[in-house]
Write a protein that binds this ligand. Structure first.
Ligand SMILES: [Zn+2]
Length: 198
């Protein structure tokens, strides 16, 4: 038996979510329709409301409900220190550490020409304009330690150089509490290369 067109559409929509395969999408759809219609209505309403009110911050591209996000609008943050990250989740992780008082730029991805993700998709034109506007002393590159993350960091460092701004890369190495023998050799070589004088 086939799913009715409305259920099939819902299953298809749920499959767009990260990590949701056809079976879990079907389980979710049937749960919402059969067992918890109130939760289903609430989900539909919350989604519609979020779509109508949430947008990207004009300055950093973080998701927020005003023209500027809380961080960009904060006068006590150091606006000369700009940290580039791949996703809003990275901003939340850094904010939770409490170790950074500067501002951010969210790429929402990393350069990946094979997947059709170029400078335009990552909003790099906006970033370039922001660098050219002055007021930024340091661009901190906090993209991931993957091949694409490194390539993105390299591209951004060239952009910073052109604008006469210092670019720095976050340190990579042995995690706190980590045993050396369990760290892969690439990480270990980065940790050695990035050693500090004590
Ligand atoms: Zn912002």
């Amino acid at each position: 038996m086939r799913l009715s067109p409305a259920i099939a559409r819902l299953v298809d929509a749920l499959r767009q979510l990260p990590g949701v395969g056809p079976k879990s999408a079907q389980r979710m759809a049937l749960f919402l329709l059969e067992r918890n219609r109130r939760a289903a209505a609430n989900l539909a309403d919350a989604l519609q409301n979020a779509l109508a009110t949430v947008r990207r911050c004009r300055q950093c591209r973080l998701l927020c409900e005003n023209e500027l996000c809380e961080i960009c609008a904060h006068s006590e943050r150091d606006h000369s220190l700009l940290c580039v990250v791949e996703s809003p989740a990275d901003v939340f992780a850094i904010e939770q550490s409490g170790a950074f008082r500067g501002v951010y730029f969210v790429l929402s991805g990393r350069l990946s020409p094979l997947d059709g993700i170029g400078p335009e998709q990552l909003g790099l034109v906006d970033l370039q304009a922001r660098l050219a506007n002055g007021g930024i002393n340091e661009l901190i590159l906090a993209t991931s330690a993957t091949l694409e993350g490194e390539a993105t960091a390299f591209y951004l460092s060239e952009m910073a150089n052109e604008a006469g701004i210092t670019a720095t890369r976050i340190a990579q190495g042995v995690p706190i509490g980590g045993e050396l023998e369990q760290v892969d050799s690439h990480t270990l070589s980065l940790a050695l290369a990035g050693r500090k004088r004590l």
